[in-house]
Design a protein around this ligand. Sequence first.
Ligand code: BMA
Length: 397
Amino acid sequence: MGLRSKRGLACSAAAPLALLLACGVGGPPQPRGPALVDPHATPETHALFVNLRRLAGKALLFGHQDDLAYGVQWFNEPGRSDVKETAGSYPAVYGWDVGGLEREGGGGGGANLDSVAFERQRGWIAEGYGRGGVITLSWHMRNPVTGGNAWDTAQAVRAILPGGAQHERYKQWLDRFADYVKGLRARGRSVAGGQVLVPLVFRPFHETSGGWFWWGARHATADEYRQLWRFTVEYLRDRRGVHNLLWAYSTDVFDTKQAYLERYPGDAYVDVLGFDDYQSVRTPATRGLFAHRLRDVVELAEARGKIPALTETGVEAIPDSMWWTGTLLAGIASDSVGRRIAWVLVWRNASFEREHRYHFFAPYPGHPSAADFVHFTEDPLVLLENELPDLYRLERR
Ligand code: BMA
C-alpha cells in the first residue's frame, strides 16, 4: 500500500519514515523543543509529541472515530474495522469519546453516549496502542448544571469555575476522568515486559467556536472558556497527577487566524491546534477555503512549536464516490503549507438499523467510494497503521 513509493535514500524526503523521524528533512524548520503542556509527561507521551511534530508534512495519519467498536451493519465484533476491511489496515489514529464517564459509575459498568461500554473501550484503546496507533479522546460532557446532554446549552461554564455553585461536581467529574485515563495501561512497545500508560491526545470542549455545546461561543465568554481550560489542565496534571495527555484545542470552521485564536487558552496549555471541518471540505467548490483554513492552523501551530491537525471531518454517507482523493486529499495537498497537518480523523460509522438510518463517514466494503478510499490510502502522504514508524520512542538526532 504505497510503501514502495515511500522508500528511498536516507535523509531525503523519500527516506523511510522511521529514518525521517531522526533526520528532520523535508518539512518546515523544526523549532527546538518547545515544552509540552506537561513537563512530567510520560516518556511515551513526550515521544508521541515530538514524533508527531517531526512527521507532520512528511506523512498524514488517517484516523477514524470508534473504528474498532462498530461499523455499518455490525456492532462489537472483535477484530473488525470498516477501514481495515476496505483498505487492508486499521487506521493510524483511533478517536474515542468519553461522554458519559462523568455519570456515577460511568467508568465502571457504564457506556458512553454512543453505547460504547467503557470496559470495552479500555480494551480497544490498549489494542490500538499496542499496534502503534495514536489514540485521541473527545468528551461530549453532559451539562453540569442541568444534567442534560452536551447540546443542552443552558449556561454552565461560570458555575463550574472555582467559586461556582457546581465546581465541586465538576471536580468529581474530572476525578472520574483521571481514574479512567490513569487506568489505560498497555504492554509497553519499547520497554521490555512492563505496562505503560497509554498516551492520549485529549480534546475536551471541542468545536468551541460553534454555538451547539454548552461550552461553545454563545454560552460562555472567551475568558470563561480559557479559565475552564486552564483549571482543567492544572487540576488533572498538578492535583491528580495525570501525565499521559497531550492537550488538543479545537474550533469548528473559522475565517481568520484571529477568530481561531479568540478562545485559545494559551501556549502553555495546548499541545495540538486543531479544527473540525464538515463544511468547506464537502465539495471541491470550496477547496480554496478549506486549504486556507488548513494553512492558517499549520502556520499558527508551527509558529508555536505545536502540532496542527484536522481533528474531525467527513461527509455523512460519502455521496461523492471520488471524495477521498478528489476533495479531501486534493484540498490538503493543494497548499504546500496546509498539507503539513499531522492527521485527519473522520467521524464514526454508526447504524441505526431500526430506523433504517446509517450515519457513517468512512467507507465499508462495497460502498461506492471504497475504491477511491483505497487510492487515498495509497498516496505516499497518507498513512494507515501498518505504515507507522514507532511513534512512542525517540530517535536520536
Ligand atoms: C455526533 C453524532 C452523534 C453522536 C455524537 C457524539 O456528531 O455522531 O450521533 O452521539 O457525535 O459521538
